[in-house]
Design a binder for this molecule. Structure first.
Ligand code: HEC
Length: 100
């Protein structure tokens, strides 16, 4: 089977505008930028870190749904979740991050 856009077989291609809209709506971009390190790592560096890791999507799904403690500006806080209960939307957002 021919995979669209280099996605693995069975995976839907990333819906970029939906992912960007969800990131914006969820406030992700106050701490993250796609290309620049702010309080949080850039999505480019996250994509780099997980490159070739078959567990990447599962790890980030957990990161985005279980509110792990992260350090922001030297203070511990709970990491935010996307403002949706829809698993497919969350997975699309994760694949968007991983394809930066
Ligand atoms: C208050 C600031 C803040 C907000 C808002 C925030 N993050 Fe983060 N995020 C962080 C910090 C800090 C880290 C680094 C955690 C670490 O490496 O220990 C991080 C890490 C991550 C990672 C990498 C996790 C890993 O395993 O390397 C991803 C992906 C991520 N955030 C996505 C998001 C998304 C999507 C949103 C919106 C729902 C979001 N973040 C909102 C601060 C934030």
């Amino acid at each position: 089977m021919l995979a669209a856009g280099g996605a693995a077989a069975g995976e839907a291609p990333v819906d970029v505008s939906a992912a960007e809209a969800l990131a914006k709506k969820s406030g992700c971009l106050t701490c993250h930028s796609v290309t620049q390190k702010k309080d949080a790592p850039s999505y480019k560096s996250v994509a780099e870190k997980y490159k070739g890791n078959p567990q990447a999507e599962a790890i980030l799904y957990k990161h985005l749904t279980t509110h792990p403690k992260v350090k922001v500006d030297g203070k511990e806080e709970e990491h935010d979740s996307p403002k949706t209960k829809n698993e497919a939307e969350i997975r699309n957002l994760i694949r968007w991050v991983l394809s930066r």
